[in-house]
Ligand binder design. Sequence first.
Ligand code: SAH
Length: 347
Amino acid sequence: MKALLDVHPADWPALFEDMGVAAFHGRNAARWVFQRGAHSWQEMTDLPANLRERLEQEQPLGSAKLVSSSGANDGAEKVLLEMQDGATVEAVGMPGTAGRTICLSTQVGCPVRCSFCASGLDGLGRNLTQGEILEQALWLQRQQGAFHRVVIMGMGEAGFNLDAVLGALDVLMDSTGFGMSARRITLSTVGPKGALQRIAKWGRPVTLALSLHATTDALRQELLPGVSKRGIVETLDEAEQLFAANGREYTIEYVLLAGVNDTPDQASELADLLFQRRCHVNLIPYNSVDEMNFERPTDFVMESFAKRLQERGLSVTLRRSLGRQADAACGQLRRRQRPPTSPVTEV
Ligand code: SAH
């Protein structure tokens, strides 16, 4: 039988019927799980005791286990969760003026292997299921309380696991699930082939965050080897088509790496590329990763880069880096917890 969290809660009544149980118990169970944050069947006191016993056996709730958590003095809290097969993923809760934001992972590891990101250092382990993505949200809700925004910006590349990711987002947004507005959800991706078209076809007005990080195809290929066959202009054009389909302006993410992509000329090239596109630019200061040799530019360089874009009429933010002490750069907590299996040899 399918795991309950892999099934849309609107279909739980039918699933319960298939199990020979009255449909309304399914509706009730969904309310307990998503709206009341129950994490065991025993809490659901209005379900018959024998049904609760049976579900405990057949559909255990909360199968992910907490391996460790790491907090920062800015309030960000990152947890490392172990799935049933032993795979571990990170999820983060961050405070903010408009309520908590949670950041969810979509894959174990990542096949894109961005040269500045810890998540891809060991490549892809496997895709997460819809239920495993939702389980991160349920965990954070239980540990830290209600959340108001969701960003799909944890480990993994959502564009390579869209079935599970869009399924999980459907549950986050549906009134039988978490009942969130699409406006409170951001999906970050490098824009692999076909991904933005698929999101456009799906049609829900979540905000796209497109990881660009470079102004030439050659540099982007070097920094994001897992999407090497994709051109920048082609990808940006697809983001515009997504805007045309769902009406949501998108964000361009650009990690600032000292001496790599932070020169005044590169700022001008970026402004040229984004001219008249319906986007906002999010400049992300590089968050140091132990194994990597990049450096964060000085504040002066980052601010000058931002200013140059603003002078060209772009809307820009230089991201305040939340959670630096919480090992918040993608994939860092996981690496510190579990060193790579094959030792790194120095030559
Ligand atoms: N796979 C998705 C989600 C990645 S995490 C994507 O690539 O969009 C969200 C953002 O953090 C991405 O733009 C990613 O490139 C960036 N990021 C990854 N490692 C980083 C680091 N060490 N410092 C700063 N930003 C980083």
